[in-house]
Design a protein around this ligand. Structure first.
Ligand code: MN3
Length: 210
């Protein structure tokens, strides 16, 4: 993953039409090439003349906003958040998704959230509650418990010391072309491409870090 300056828009790990019929081709093209592409362009532009920030990784910027000079902090956090959030969102979907969790993450979801059905209900409820633009997330807290949270705009749970396992983009650009104003139907379709193999990988990476 291209995690330092200069950031580039690496290709999706699958074809633009691979998530059909759940997420349509045109949405994937615009979302990846233009929306994510613009966050990448603007992040590079914001830090171009700030060597200390150019040396920071994407995650470091989001975890340590105080290291970013005040005059560019808002711009950097908005755009770094846009890059991090979209990369995670695209990378946790797959055309060959394992749609039901098993392994370690399956056990955690069963023990802490009461099983997959309850998890899906709670995540959908959270995603529906986002007013305007934002995300719903499954994160790991510092005490290793799972939690469902929401963020506004391009904010990220990294800034609150949480480790994201998956996120669901509920900005209208993520679904409007196919689902119009029906966020609920988009969320149901997204669950068909959310890949718990990827979520399990993220969980194992987190375990290696602590
Ligand atoms: Mn988006």
């Amino acid at each position: 993953m291209n995690s330092c300056y200069p950031f580039i828009n690496t290709p999706l790990p699958y074809d633009y039409d691979a998530l059909e019929p759940y997420i349509d081709t045109q949405t994937m093209m615009l979302h990846h090439d233009r929306h994510l592409g613009t966050y990448i362009k603007n992040l590079n532009k914001a830090i171009k003349y700030f060597p200390s920030v150019r040396r920071m990784s994407l995650v470091d910027m989001l975890r340590n906003p105080s290291k970013i000079p005040c005059e560019i902090r808002t711009q950097v956090l908005r755009n770094a958040g846009g890059v991090y959030n979209h990369r995670l969102f695209f990378n946790t979907m797959s055309p060959q998704a394992k749609t039901r969790p098993d392994g370690q993450i399956g056990n955690m979801i069963t023990k802490q959230i009461g099983g997959y059905d309850n998890f899906a209900d709670k995540l959908k409820e959270a995603a529906m509650s986002v007013f305007g633009s934002g995300y719903a997330w499954l994160v790991v807290c510092k005490n290793n418990s799972l939690k469902i949270v929401t963020t506004a705009n391009q904010e990220t749970p990294l800034s609150n010391g949480l480790y994201p396992l998956l996120n669901l983009d509920v900005w209208e650009h993520a679904y409007y072309l196919k689902h119009y104003n029906e966020r609920s139907k988009y969320i149901d379709d997204w669950f068909r491409v959310l890949d718990f193999n990827k979520v399990e990988e993220r969980y194992k990476e987190h375990c290696d870090l602590i």
